[in-house]
Design a protein around this ligand. Structure first.
Ligand SMILES: Nc1ncnc2c1ncn2[C@@H]1O[C@H](COP(=O)(O)OP(=O)(O)OP(=O)(O)O)[C@@H](O)[C@H]1O
Length: 207
């Protein structure tokens, strides 16, 4: 079953064409790799597939319907995980507000987060820290947990391990594979590193 489709999408910024006539299809549960040189439009494509930007021409369909904006069902993970958290809130506060939007009562949030943390190889002590008090690898695990809290069907991963040490990179890639196996979600995995994309993806598209 197709979950996400891009149909002849193009994007220009002024006269500059960042993405030119890309079509791709992503089936439920599969990982499509997206690779290409710096400036080839990978991040532009990621933002469009996540509904964060609209293409100038063409369209994106999610679950058969045109995507016109962001939806919780498509989550995006960025290269710089620490930067995607509010620096003046603890990790618990940031994640708790996601659960609040989900209607999870306060009394259940800590236990639920502990369960997610254990599953993602994170110690629960991290919940009381601020984003600048955790490592890059820990921050990326927390970002992945945060994305999973809303039960997405698709995750767009834009260079999720590029800022991490090689040993930490491998751990994150294995965590992502485990999460996919457990939840059957689809990934669009973007990296300029062909070996990382090969490891993760069922199919690879070169931009
Ligand atoms: N908001 C924007 N305004 C103007 N130009 C942009 C904007 N976003 C991207 N671009 C340009 O579009 C092109 C594609 O950028 P994009 O970030 O999608 O490439 P990329 O393949 O992800 O590159 P990298 O691997 O270096 O991150 C680049 O030349 C970039 O400068």
């Amino acid at each position: 079953m197709l979950i996400l489709e891009a149909d002849h999408i193009s994007k220009s910024y002024g006269k500059f064409a960042a993405l030119n006539d890309l079509s791709m299809e992503i089936a439920a549960g599969e990982t499509v790799g997206l690779t290409g040189l710096s400036g080839s439009g990978k991040s532009t494509c990621a933002r469009i597939l996540a509904g964060l930007e609209r293409p100038n021409t063409g369209f994106v369909k999610y679950a058969g319907k045109e995507l016109t904006g962001p939806t919780p069902e498509i989550q995006m993970i960025f290269q710089d995980p620490a930067g995607s958290f509010n620096p003046v809130r603890t990790i618990y506060q940031s994640l708790s507000s996601v659960l609040s939007l989900q209607g999870v009562p306060k009394s259940k949030r800590r236990d639920l987060l502990s369960e997610h943390f254990q599953n993602a190889g994170l110690q629960t002590e991290i919940l009381s820290r601020y984003p600048d008090q955790i490592s890059g690898g820990q921050a990326q695990r927390v970002a992945i947990v945060r994305g999973m809290l809303v039960h997405p069907k698709v995750m767009i991963l834009d260079e999720p391990t590029s800022a991490l040490d090689v040993s930490v990179q491998a751990q994150i890639l294995h965590l992502l594979k485990k999460i996919q196996k457990e939840n059957g979600i689809s990934y669009v995995f973007i990296s300029h590193d062909p070996s990382v994309v090969e490891f993760m993806a069922d199919r690879v598209i070169h931009l």
